[in-house]
Design a protein around this ligand. Structure first.
Ligand SMILES: Cc1cc2nc3c(=O)[nH]c(=O)nc-3n(C[C@H](O)[C@H](O)[C@H](O)COP(=O)(O)OP(=O)(O)OC[C@H]3O[C@@H](n4cnc5c(N)ncnc54)[C@H](O)[C@@H]3O)c2cc1C
Ligand code: SF4
Length: 309
């Protein structure tokens, strides 16, 4: 590993992986940069090398191959609605992307960057000065979780808004790494540990998000945030129903990972909502209180299920 500062813009996946190997844990892939650069300049992460992947044009394609819809990791959130196949088959994905951040940010932010954006917490996503004054927590070299008043685990929130919809539609990720290429279910990359929320190796490059076209999904997306125009989520829900009557509930913003509950149409709705509530480890690390977010989660899920059957 070298400590020299570097900005590089590879033109192939192999070149990007080669540089990633050289810089190991001291680099970041930069797609839209709307999460990675903010975290760097706020002092939450540091690295010497920026690998700007926006020159990897094959990651900007949307195509249909066999029974799959393939969306390149670099497709911008603002552009998802320009593809007929996405708007026709997955309108909730376009809706979720359209509720990320603000109009200007969505012109740079990518779908790949969104599913990989960093977890957040109101005690951690602050300036260095603020964190030093309050005291450091587990996520920044302290020894307790401040949000929970001293627990030894981190509950930073999972905040991607597109991931719940993608998981509700059984999306998979194509990941290139030093040991080759693999396709994995999207939900499998999230660990539930707020300190290290994803289990991908640092050199993993996500190239495509793959959605199945073999079944049709009805998906209802809801998001709670203080200001409609710019804020991160306080609660995101996506509920899907497929042609075979399978129901999937995915909840973001209330646990270090997206919480997933599977059921069937006709099942007791209150029992499904209760199951989702019991799995979410909501703590007071958001603009809204823990109790308010739990109440809103019940409301969002109940209304979504009522709308569906
Ligand atoms: C004011 C503000 C409000 C925001 N509001 C929201 C919100 O409401 N909802 C929300 O979901 N997000 C929000 N965000 C976060 C961010 O803008 C989005 O998540 C955005 O989609 C990130 O995409 P990006 O392309 O900019 O990712 P980047 O910042 O480029 O990257 C994000 C992370 O993913 C990694 N990465 C990116 N692409 C790849 C790849 N192909 N392979 C491997 N690693 C990769 C990067 O190294 C980095 O760790 C907000 C950000 C700001 C500044
Ligand atoms: S949940 Fe606790 S440990 Fe995690 S970032 Fe917040 S205060 Fe720190």
């Amino acid at each position: 590993m070298t400590s020299e500062r570097l900005y590089t813009k590879p033109t192939s996946v192999q070149e990007a992986l080669q540089t990633a190997r050289e810089y190991k844990n001291d680099f970041a892939f930069i797609a839209g940069g709307t999460d990675a650069l903010v975290n760097k300049y706020q002092g939450n992460v540091d690295y010497n090398c920026m690998i700007d992947i926006t020159g990897l044009h094959e990651l900007k394609q949307v195509s249909v191959s066999g029974n799959d819809l393939s969306i390149g990791a670099l497709v911008r959130l603002d552009d998802l609605g320009k593809f007929g196949m996405i708007t026709d088959r997955f309108p909730a994905l376009v809706q979720a992307a359209g509720e990320v951040a603000s109009p200007m940010l969505r012109k740079s932010a990518t779908l790949g960057g969104n599913v990989l954006c960093e977890n957040r917490c109101s005690y951690y996503n602050q300036s260095e000065f603020w964190r030093e004054a309050v005291g450091y927590c587990l996520k920044c070299e302290g020894d307790i979780c401040i949000a929970t008043g001293g627990k030894k685990a981190c509950f930073s929130k999972f905040v991607s808004d597109t991931a719940p919809v993608l998981i509700a539609a059984n999306a998979r990720l194509e990941v290139h790494d030093t040991d080759g290429v693999r396709i994995i279910p999207l939900e499998a990359i999230y660990t539930g540990d707020g300190i290290k929320p994803r289990n991908l190796s640092p050199t993993s490059l996500v190239t495509r998000i793959v959605l199945p076209l073999t079944t049709e999904y009805q998906i209802i997306f809801r998001k709670l945030r203080p200001r409609e125009a710019v804020d991160f989520t306080s609660l995101t829900t996506a509920v899907s129903l497929d042609k075979a009557g399978l129901v999937r509930i995915v909840v973001g913003g209330v646990d270090p990972k997206p919480v997933v509950i599977d059921g069937k149409k006709g099942e007791d709705k209150d029992a499904l909502v209760k199951k989702a509530l019991s799995k979410c480890r909501v703590v007071d690390n958001d603009y809204y209180s823990r109790n308010y977010r739990r109440d809103m989660m019940q409301l969002f899920l109940k209304e979504s299920l009522d709308q569906m059957w």
